[in-house]
Write a protein that binds this ligand. Structure first.
Ligand code: C2G
Length: 155
């Protein structure tokens, strides 16, 4: 029985998260995922759109995920590895090298990220669609067209 462990926020669940979870499931027979709590995210400087409870339920419902635990601290990895008898710690390669200290306890694997998608990019796209933002853009365009008219009259 090979147990795999990872951690993440998994906000605004997207295909990059699913690709990673599928890759994690291929590394062993049992997959444990630590989902960052809202309080822990605040410590990461992250404000997740989706609550911890909902993010944890989404992750728990994915085929191949056997257990979801809360991630409340950077320092819980060692005790989690021991408590859950973890053989492989794996995470996306944006973290490459950051968790090599865990190699004393288990195998450490950095998996390729999915390019072109992230919770941050999704939030940025949603912001552009925000009506207030569109009003601001329309006002800016109106000012720019008046300025162009003005310069055109001067030439
Ligand atoms: N990920 C990915 N491809 C993306 C986006 C994310 O493979 N396009 C991976 C990340 O590398 C990570 C996992 O999906 O392994 C979750 O990503 P985040 O929710 O951004 O989690 P993160 O903030 O990296 O938290 O203690 C570790 C931290 O809790 C990890």
């Amino acid at each position: 029985m090979t147990t795999v462990l990872t951690y993440g926020t998994f906000d605004l669940f997207h295909i990059g998260h699913l690709n990673l979870i599928n890759r994690l499931a291929e590394l062993g027979d049992r997959l444990v995922i630590g989902v960052s709590t809202d309080e822990f995210n605040a410590g990461k400087g992250k404000t997740s759109v989706v609550s911890y409870e909902d993010r944890a339920r989404i992750i728990a419902s994915i085929k191949g995920v056997d257990l979801v635990i809360p991630e409340t601290s950077w320092d819980q990895k060692v005790s989690d590895i021991k408590e859950h008898d973890v053989d492989v710690f794996a995470i996306g390669d944006d973290w490459r090298g950051k968790f090599d200290d865990l190699k004393e306890l288990c195998e450490v694997v950095y998996l390729p990220r999915t390019d072109g998608i992230s919770s941050t990019e999704i939030k940025q796209m949603l912001r552009v669609l925000d009506p207030q933002h569109i009003t601001e853009m329309q006002e800016a365009l109106a000012v720019m067209s008046r300025l162009l008219e003005h310069y055109r009259d001067l030439t």
